[in-house]
Write a protein that binds this ligand. Sequence first.
Ligand SMILES: [Zn+2]
Length: 237
Amino acid sequence: MPQEELSDNSCKVSKQGVNVQPSRVKALAMTASILLRHSHPNIPNRYSCNPLVDRTSTPVEWIDFANLQASKLQQWICRRDNRRAAKAMQFLTHGYGLDPAEILKSAMFSEDYSEMVIVKDIEVYSLCEHHILPFFGKAHIAYIPNGYIVGLSKIPRIVDAFARRLQVQERLTHDILECIDKTLNPKGVAVVIEASHMCMMMRGVQKQNSIMKTSSMLGNFRSNQATRTEFLSLVTG
Ligand SMILES: [Zn+2]
């Protein structure tokens, strides 16, 4: 690269084979710096550049400054976004750290009530284990006590404990059913889940209005047609 092209008096500067107007380099570097700082006001100091250039700097120094600033900002953006994504994934799968049976046991009360107890329209948010995409909808749960009832909020809590994992809807339905059956030992338990799956909505067949319904029943709900019909009419009504 000829030395005279780098002088302040030259009208062009050549770096990496590109000719750039010195005044334009300064303007671009300043604009980029101001815009990026404005977009990310919380950027830590270690990722921002001290102004290594001033009015006496050569255009090449301005280009180096702009490149350094850009690469440092890129590092910061990557690290910050990776942390944010990791934190989100941690929350979406925090059910692995919960023991649903313990959640139920923490609020079991001895009670001589043996009619059907229903908790319906419980929001479900989960991740499909095949595509790591959300599926979401509602769960309806009923049980017939057999000496014990459970605190009302514990039913939605165990739904979350199982749903906040990588799941398939069929297993989620069965997990909830089995947990209530083994922990409360009721005369019967029923779980219905209806959900929309993003892996079917935003990719694959791309159908927006289809809903998947799963149901699992044990005890009286399975053996007694009247009990099953009463449950289904109450949750779908
Ligand atoms: Zn899927």
